[in-house]
Design a protein around this ligand. Structure first.
Ligand code: ADP
Length: 271
């Protein structure tokens, strides 16, 4: 069996996906990016290969993507995260009847991508200037509220009052706003729901810039947060498609491209 890998060297997390000849997911792995992008990417790949009992040479083609992709020089090729995300969402979205709009929230940026019914990118918009509306906002909020990031989703649904308005348009000011709300005696659940709605309204504005067509796929690490998912669905007025592994969609897309590039080269050699 031949295998193909995609490695998404993100600003916050490194994601690795390995697919087999049929395009089935053999495994995925997520680890913090840290400060040593190259070392941590190599370790992440080796960890997944060991888990899958594969050797490096079993991986016939590897494509790097993401913010730090140029640092992973051992890759056979590299592509932008927009292209990799589109391929990953297009492939994973087939099980849901096909997707046309992708919302991705990462650790330091957020994007909306529109694809056609063959998976080609027709339009995209990106926010990489401001941490509000990104995973960083959630990381900061969890720290201020003395909670684990993974718990924010459950808290969202536990408020006895309406979500609070978080008005600050900047993460640094939002941090003081959160502390101010806590000092006034507001509950964590109402603050968290307010944070989720604040991210959701920014995200929906971004998605509207590219045009929203069904079905809408949501990926990136923050898609693991069910409260944020509910807030975006509410603001959007439609259901979101959430894949089984939302954080590794872009790595999966790179792995699927690695597979098709390898197959195309093989058929040229055999022609
Ligand atoms: P990037 O590609 O920019 O590194 P990711 O798509 O990996 O970004 O997303 C990273 C973000 O995902 C983190 O900043 C964090 O807010 C969020 N995240 C990661 N794991 C979880 C989790 N289990 N629950 C909720 N949010 C999460």
């Amino acid at each position: 069996m031949k295998y193909f890998a995609g490695i998404d060297v993100g600003s916050t997390a490194i994601k690795v996906a390995v697919v087999d000849e049929e395009g089935g997911i053999a495994g995925v792995h997520v680890t913090p990016s840290g400060s040593l992008f190259h070392k941590n990417s190599t370790d992440a790949l080796n960890t997944l290969l060991t888990k899958l009992s594969l050797k490096r040479e079993d991986v016939r083609y590897l494509i790097a993507t993401g913010y730090g992709r140029k640092l992973f020089k051992e890759a056979d090729d590299s592509i932008s995260e927009i292209t990799a995300n589109a391929i990953g969402a297009f492939e994973a979205g087939k099980a849901f009847g096909g997707v046309r709009t992708i919302i991705n929230i990462g650790g330091q940026d957020s994007k909306a991508i529109q694809i056609d019914n063959t998976g080609n990118v027709v339009n995209f918009a990106m926010n990489d200037k401001c941490a509000a509306g990104t995973g960083r906002f959630l990381d900061v909020a969890a720290r201020n509220l003395d909670l684990d990031l993974e718990d924010l989703g459950d808290y969202h649904f536990q408020g006895s009052e309406a979500p609070l308005n978080i008005n600050s348009t900047c993460t640094v000011f939002a941090e003081s706003e959160i502390i101010g709300l806590l000092a006034k005696g507001h509950g964590k659940a109402e603050i968290i729901a307010g944070i989720h709605y604040s991210i959701a309204s920014r995200t929906v504005r971004l998605a509207k810039r590219v045009g929203i067509e069904d079905r809408v796929y949501f990926d990136g690490g923050p898609a693991l947060n069910k409260g944020l998912v509910a807030a975006i669905q509410d603001e959007l007025g439609r259901e979101l498609v959430i894949p089984e592994h939302p954080q590794t969609t872009t790595a999966f897309g790179a792995a699927m491209l690695a597979r098709s590039e390898f197959m195309a080269e093989q058929s040229l050699e055999n022609a």
